[in-house]
Design a protein around this ligand. Structure first.
Ligand code: TXA
Ligand code: MG
Length: 322
């Protein structure tokens, strides 16, 4: 695997790898993506292989210009114009009816395609130079923590991909918010880096698609995801009591007010700011994974703004350890 820097020459090298059907991990403002040519089905298949990802899960196509959206999708709902004007580029993915040129492997056979324009100069330049929409899930092994710096990518996927571009730490830190836009409705499929409040200020009330027990694997709706490789539980008095003889690492919001001997403590945002907390979220979980502890106790945060994206990821991380 080549380690590339965030300069013109290296981004051009990365674009050549994408054009040739290879895999390049690259920074975005949310998390690192594992990119391949989104219109080349063989290249996209390599993403599933590298991530060990179940093939029912479709991929987001990343674009560098708003005009590119029309080349891969079409949407009759006028609300899309408001969303694109206000939030592209940014941490928002739109699921809309696809155009014919989008391969089935990208959409997992659905008639819709997920599209996002990342707000990161390196990602935009890479897509522009590659001259194709770039398919990119988060650059982690399926089910594990999402990567928010280049080293996280190297640790999980170093021997399975062609290159990684090091663009430093991601400033948003959680994945994009996903909306599905139908002719007359808007559904939230995943909480993420853009808050529901900001979206509703722009397009009015949206509907939240809850996890469907009958379709447990439907896109964006997995109950389990993003898990660290040591047990994680959402912190309650009962959890602390049950685990008082263990080495517990704490992921806390802004201060430590617990009467408990934690083995290590990470504070997401000493200022109590959800943006800062989201930006630190995965990075601190990666650190706790390596802290030689028995389990992580993660403090719940208030479910407003980006607090919802954080709680969504904590519940999914906890699921297999409950
Ligand atoms: O911030 C992000 O969105 C990052 C960066 C790299 O852009 N990407 C990311 O991709 O989180 P991924 O593959 O880890 O998550 C994409 C989600 C999946 O849950 C997938 O099921 C859903 O988007 N999705 C993709 N295409 C869809 C479609 N046509 N309909 C419904 N959901 C879709
Ligand atoms: Mg992911």
């Amino acid at each position: 695997m080549k380690k590339l820097n965030a300069n013109k020459v290296d981004i051009e090298k990365a674009a050549q790898i994408i054009k040739a059907g290879g895999l390049v991990a690259f920074p975005t403002e949310t998390v690192y993506g594992l990119g391949a040519d989104g219109l080349n089905p063989i290249a996209a298949a390599k993403i599933f292989e590298a991530k060990n990802r179940p093939s029912f899960n479709p991929l987001i196509l990343h674009i560098s210009k708003i005009e590119q959206l029309k080349e891969i999708g079409e949407c009759k709902n006028p609300a899309i114009n408001k969303l694109v004007d206000k939030f592209f580029p940014g941490p928002l993915t739109l699921v809309i009816p696809k155009k014919e040129n989008v391969p089935d492997i990208i959409t997992a056979g659905n008639e819709t395609v997920a599209i996002r324009m990342p707000d990161h100069p390196v990602a935009l330049e890479l897509i522009e130079s590659a001259g194709t929409p770039i398919a990119a899930p988060s650059a982690n092994v399926f089910g594990q923590l999402s990567p928010t710096d280049a080293q996280h990518v190297v640790n999980q996927l170093g021997n399975k991909i062609d290159a990684v571009i090091d663009g430093g730490k991601c400033k948003v830190g959680v994945e994009s918010t996903i909306l599905e836009i139908t002719d007359n409705e808007i559904f939230l499929l995943r909480h993420g880096g853009l808050s529901v409040e900001e979206i509703e200020d722009t397009v009015g009330k949206i509907k939240i698609k809850e996890h469907d027990k009958n379709k447990p694997n439907s896109p964006g709706q997995l109950l389990q995801h993003y898990s660290p490789n040591i047990p994680l539980r959402i912190l309650t008095d009962k959890i602390l009591e049950q685990n008082k003889n263990k080495k517990v690492g704490a992921l806390l919001f802004k201060n430590n007010s617990y009467d408990f001997e934690f083995e290590s403590v990470k504070l997401l945002s000493p200022n109590g700011d959800f943006r800062e907390a989201a930006a630190n979220f995965f990075g601190m979980l990666h650190q706790l994974e390596n802290d030689n502890i028995d389990m992580i106790a993660a403090e719940p945060v208030e479910e407003i703004g980006l607090g919802r994206a954080i709680m969504d990821r904590l519940r999914k991380a906890e699921y297999k350890y409950k």
